[in-house]
Design a protein around this ligand. Structure first.
Ligand SMILES: C[S@@+](CC[C@H](N)C(=O)[O-])C[C@H]1O[C@@H](n2cnc3c(N)ncnc32)[C@H](O)[C@@H]1O
Length: 239
């Protein structure tokens, strides 16, 4: 047990006051101090400095991975919507023993998905980014365990045919209504007990089809989900 003398207590209070003032100063400029999780009895795998602006998403991935590994949940892992592989590379690193399926056109959004967004009146990022400036080679070069990766290039859900794996962790990050709905239809029935599906952009005002797709699939299948307070507004389904 740590005991502090009254002088030490006084110094601690002063340091705390200085930090609180400093934090308020940073907040004026929209900057935040991130706190770690000191009660954990293990070393963090996602360093607090790693992509600090989206720390909640990456940190939550680490905690889910830890649960899956400790409970020995079987199954592969996957990301639908990979782009340059930033999030996928962390999935790969955190699941060294698992096959990682990577689904993407690697050529950006499909015209028919964008047309559907227009038809339904969804916001789809103003179509400013089309995510076409990537490739399998770029993504593969970021992987710590490239031997675990199975690339599925092309339009989803067509690229999922012939896959008989079950899954313990899936990230769906395709931004648009149709591939998110199709992603849930494919992955949820194949999710192992104890597994997780992250769906990015649910609470994202720039991609409003994401919330519609999740709500439709979840109400049809009587599922619930937990919202993360990350930048993209992810929700998490578990089984
Ligand atoms: C926001 S980016 C993914 C970002 C990535 N998950 C990350 O966090 O670094 C969305 C990706 O979804 C892909 N995508 C969208 N619709 C798709 C579909 N129907 N089939 C395959 N890929 C799709 C796009 O090509 C794009 O690369």
């Amino acid at each position: 047990m740590i005991t502090f003398s009254s002088t030490q207590n006084f110094i601690n209070k002063i340091i705390f006051l200085i930090l609180t003032i400093f934090e308020k100063f940073l907040l004026r400029f929209n900057l935040v101090l991130i706190r770690s999780t000191p009660c954990l009895e293990r070393k963090r795998l996602i360093d607090i400095s790693y992509r600090a602006w989206d720390f909640n998403r990456y940190s939550s991935l680490e905690f889910c991975a830890q649960e899956i590994i400790e409970k020995k949940v079987p199954g592969s892992v996957a990301e639908l919507g990979v782009y340059e592989g930033t999030f996928a590379s962390k999935i790969n690193e955190l699941f060294p023993q698992k096959t990682l399926f990577l689904f993407d056109t690697f050529q950006g959004f499909e015209k028919k998905d964008l047309e559907y967004e227009d038809k339904m009146g969804f916001q789809s990022g103003g179509q400013k980014i089309d995510f076409s400036n990537t490739s399998i080679e770029i993504v593969n070069s970021k992987m710590k365990f490239p031997q675990n990766c199975v690339f599925k290039k092309g339009y989803f859900p067509g690229t999922a045919s012939g896959i008989h794996d079950k899954f313990c962790f899936v990230s769906i990050d395709t931004d648009l209504y149709l591939p998110i709905y199709e992603g849930l239809s494919f992955f949820y029935p194949r999710l192992e007990h104890g597994g997780y599906i992250f769906i990015h952009d649910y609470n994202n005002k720039y991609f409003t089809g994401a919330k519609e797709a999740v709500r439709k699939y979840c109400s049809e299948n009587k599922l619930n989900y937990f919202p993360l307070s990350d930048v993209g507004g992810t929700v998490v389904i578990t089984k």
